[in-house]
Design a protein around this ligand. Structure first.
Ligand SMILES: [Fe+2]
Ligand SMILES: [Fe+2]
Length: 535
């Protein structure tokens, strides 16, 4: 009998889940996961159970976009109740860990007044004993340092919380990930596979390297009632073959948001991978099918969910040579190490790059540059802009870097010189601190303080200063969250009067008036650069 060979369809969405919630980076480190369970998930579920209709109307209100509201039209309350109970019983130790973080903070605020912290170790709540060092800053403000590596090796890191949900997609609409847990549905297959499993790499290879259907069925081990649905996610039709770049210059392609592929002979780099699946749409875009077989370097700028997206990273893990990340390791609750969390979910090739450090490659280099702001003035070190020198060009990917203190770039310019092309995010409104970091706080923040401390990128004045400083010839505004296929992680909808649009329009007009090339990227874009003479 002939073996039936099948490919994974290019419109199969694979959502990584943590206890039915979309797995983003704060759900992997035990301490941040514990805080998000008690302060985000349980609270949202409590609120939905007590007033589902309020959530339904809030989800319909564009002003509430990205708010803590479950998107099930006021229905499925019993399932949310069941998930809440399951979370409380199965994650007891994480609930206790979260409580311990609060108790430790309360104790330190009350007791640590500048004298030795040694007597306070016996008062560290039991779940955190041996996992923290108590510290002061130089002004006697007490805090604690988490021993992250040990926490990953403890009962607090449980891979059984991880699973993958497979479904077919035909349009851009998906509910916002931070607020809506993924419930079972007749169209979804949930695979109880932890993220570090090699089956994941095998599964995503079947997108372009077909496998026997029998093997797919056996390895994914779904129930009989789901076999037909699983079969509908596979096809006999091979994907469009990828056409590698064979020119002797440089090609870069914009895939949406902050995701850009840079290719030249012998090297490929992908920044902040966040990709669309392949389906019919009015908006042209590059998708997973437009990636090369191998990506030498994946470069991650910072730990926000629109820049480190497991959903994309897991799908391309088998293609990646090295994944370059900014360092952390500070042990601060708000700044979990990206290196550690990626290693935890099965990336074996993670490289931390420091500020002003470089990785050379044939005829070029990648340099990490400082990146200020956009993190609500929290002490978060894991953020990096990248300068790519290639073929006589220098491309600066500054992501959401906010040019709060232009003197920084004066120092950087002194070191690296001019830059030919700048890529800069200008989401200059930004969400308030509590939107992302609220669950980590153990004391209520004053509303005015919260509103003043935003996750905001550069405005016009800050952006033009960078352009002037580095004498850029090309300017691209990117990372604006405008592509509709990213709404599920971004929850942004601009009008023509939104400040990020007005400010970035002004930057583009100013650059064009000076005879430069400038554009706000949207959808897809390809630029070919010729190699400078002698390079
Ligand atoms: Fe960001
Ligand atoms: Fe961003």
């Amino acid at each position: 009998m002939k073996t039936e060979l099948v490919y994974l369809k290019p419109n199969v969405v694979v959502e990584p889940l943590f206890d039915q919630w979309y797995a983003w980076t704060h759900l992997i480190p035990p301490a941040t996961a514990s805080r998000n369970i008690t302060e985000r998930h349980l609270k949202i579920m409590d609120s939905y159970i007590s007033d589902p209709d309020l959530h339904a109307s809030a989800v319909r209100d564009p002003r509430m976009l990205g708010g803590p509201f479950i998107d099930y039209g006021g229905k499925r309350v019993d399932e949310i109740k069941a998930l809440r109970e399951k979370t409380k019983t199965e994650r007891t130790c994480l609930v206790e860990l979260s409580r311990a973080v609060t108790e430790l903070d309360v104790m330190l605020r009350a007791e640590a007044k500048g004298f030795s912290l040694q007597p306070l170790y016996t008062r560290v709540p039991q779940p955190l004993r041996g996992y923290v060092e108590l510290v002061y800053d130089l002004n006697n403000h007490p805090s604690f340092r988490l021993l992250e590596s040990l926490l990953y090796r403890s009962k607090y890191y449980d891979r059984s919380a991880q699973s993958l949900a497979l479904s077919l997609i035909s349009g851009d609409d998906r509910p916002f990930v931070l607020s809506t847990p993924r419930l079972e549905s007749p169209e979804t297959i949930e695979l109880r596979i932890p993220f570090d499993s090699e089956i994941i790499d095998w599964l995503f290879r079947t997108k372009y390297s077909p496998q026997p259907w029998d093997k797919v069925r056996d390895l994914l081990n779904v129930s009989n009632s789901r076999t037909e649905l699983l079969r509908s996610m596979f096809t006999h039709e091979p994907p469009q073959p990828y056409k590698p770049y064979i020119g002797n210059g440089i090609r870069w392609r914009y895939f949406g948001h902050a995701c850009i592929l840079v290719e030249a002979a012998g090297v490929s780099m992908l920044l902040d991978p966040v990709l669309s699946y392949t389906y019919e749409s009015q908006i042209a875009r590059y998708t997973y099918e437009d990636l090369p077989e191998r990506i030498d370097f994946v470069l991650i700028t910072h730990n926000h969910q629109d820049h480190v997206l497991f959903e994309t990273l897991l799908q391309i893990r088998h293609k990646i040579g090295a994944i370059v990340v900014p360092p952390s390791g500070s042990g601060a609750l708000q700044d979990p190490s990206i290196e550690l969390l990626l290693k935890q979910v099965g990336f074996t090739n993670v490289v931390e790059l420091g500020e002003m450090e470089s990785i050379p490659f044939d005829n070029g280099s990648i340099t990490g540059l400082p990146f200020l702001g956009e993190h609500s003035d929290l002490n978060i070190r894991s953020k990096l802009a990248y300068l790519i020198r290639i073929g006589g060009h220098s491309l600066l990917f500054a992501a959401d870097s906010c040019n709060i203190d232009p003197t920084l770039y004066a120092h950087v310019h002194r070191e690296i010189g001019d830059v030919s092309a700048l890529f800069l995010g200008m989401e200059c409104d930004g969400a308030p601190l509590s939107w992302l970091y609220g669950p980590l706080l153990t004391a209520k923040i004053d509303r005015a303080m919260d509103q003043s401390r935003r996750l905001a990128g550069s405005n016009y004045e800050q952006a033009i200063d960078i352009v002037n400083r580095f004498h850029c010839r090309e300017v691209y505004v990117y990372a604006m969250g405008q592509e509709p296929w990213l709404n599920y992680v971004m929850s942004l909808k601009y009008t023509k009067d939104s400040r990020p649009i007005v400010q970035s329009n002004r930057l583009i007009q100013e650059c064009l008036a000076r005879g430069m090339y400038a554009e706000r990227l949207f959808g897809e874009k390809e630029i070919l650069l010729s190699r400078a003479a002698g390079v």
